[in-house]
Design a protein around this ligand. Structure first.
Ligand code: G3P
Length: 218
């Protein structure tokens, strides 16, 4: 499973990229709204930090297919690694279909997916990525990881090529659960990625090695 970073914060991106584990990045309007400066400049900087090969999802704000497609094509001009994030729905499906079959193909990440049927439709319309929001399902007492498991099984049985980006990850346990459930990608907030590096026994182990070393050398 690959790790994408779920943020629009440049400092977090610089730091996480330096760890060598980041394969892409996702933003959404909420994350972008937390940052300063022009939207286009921010996206350009993010795309540059990730490097040309690594996908950066940028979400459209328009709500009709015609407007979404127009917006998507402008966003795709910002950098070669921009992927267009489009909310699931009839207008979203039309947009994905049009962006995918045109001569100037634009890759899409269908977002705000909360059911296997939504995921099936997104994959069939031609989405490169489909993003189930597992934390928001859990918040309502539903089973976010279960959705990822179902999607992975269905995509395999149906030979659908879309990749699953498990999103709305709220804690480190979510990450290992979606890896087991078959997600190809987890998009993880920086604080959770950092938590994943830590274990109290690792800290204790390092401390003990240093103490033992010092004691033995005197
Ligand atoms: O990738 C989607 C994610 O940013 C949404 O997370 O925590 O707002 O549900 P959350």
């Amino acid at each position: 499973m690959q790790f994408f970073l779920d943020t629009a914060n440049l400092e977090e991106i610089k730091e996480a990229v330096s760890w060598g584990v980041i394969g892409g990045l996702t933003t959404n309007p909420t994350l972008v709204a937390k940052e300063k400066g022009s939207f286009e400049t921010l996206i350009r900087q993010i795309c540059r930090l990730l490097g040309e090969e690594k996908p950066v999802s940028v979400e459209v704000l328009a709500t009709t297919a015609a407007e979404m497609e127009k917006e998507a094509r402008l966003l795709a001009e910002i950098a070669p690694n921009v992927v267009i994030k489009i909310p699931i729905g009839v207008e979203g499906l039309k947009t994905v279909y049009n962006l995918n079959r045109s001569a100037k193909k634009v890759p899409c990440n269908v977002t705000l997916v909360f059911s296997a049927n939504q995921a099936l439709l997104a994959a069939r319309a031609g989405a490169r990525y489909v993003s189930p929001f597992i934390g928001r399902l859990d918040d309502l007492g539903w089973d976010g990881v279960g959705l990822v498991r179902d999607m992975a099984a269905i995509f395999k049985i149906q030979a659908l090529e879309a990749q699953i980006i498990a999103a709305s990850i709220r804690h480190p346990l979510h990450v290992q659960e979606v890896a087991l459930a078959g997600a190809q990608i987890a998009t993880v907030p920086f604080n959770i990625l950092k938590q994943m590096t830590q274990h109290p026994l690792t800290d204790l182990g390092v401390e003990r090695f240093l103490t033992d070393w010092k004691q033995g050398r005197h």
